[in-house]
Design a protein around this ligand. Sequence first.
Ligand code: 5GP
Ligand code: ZN
Length: 110
Amino acid sequence: MPDCIFCKIVEGKIPVKKLAETDRALAFPDIDPQAPEHFLVIPKQHLVAMTEVTDWSLVGHLHEVAVGVARERMPNGFRTLINTGPDGVQTVFHVHLHCLGGRPMRWPPG
Ligand code: 5GP
Ligand code: ZN
């Protein structure tokens, strides 16, 4: 297992404010929020990127957790996204779903 900051969060070695937790996923605020509301949902299993996913129900589950949290925190709407690889500007190599809101998002992104 590579030295992975999100695995350390899953293992409780780095404390976070848990917004939601299931047997397969954990949601917590992003350390560098890009909107008034910005949290991440990660699988507890270490997966480097979306290109490594084989159990696609897990990706659905990440969204299920995100919407459960966002419904309360962002009643006016939100954006979910997953960055993959260099062109996706992925910086942490453990799959994570971003959920942003609390203001209108811009389009096109990036
Ligand atoms: P990426 O560009 O890989 O999609 O985004 C990685 C995200 O993880 C960034 O938004 C960054 O702020 C967040 N992040 C990186 N390290 C930590 C950390 O230790 N704790 C938390 N809560 N978020 C982190
Ligand atoms: Zn990991």
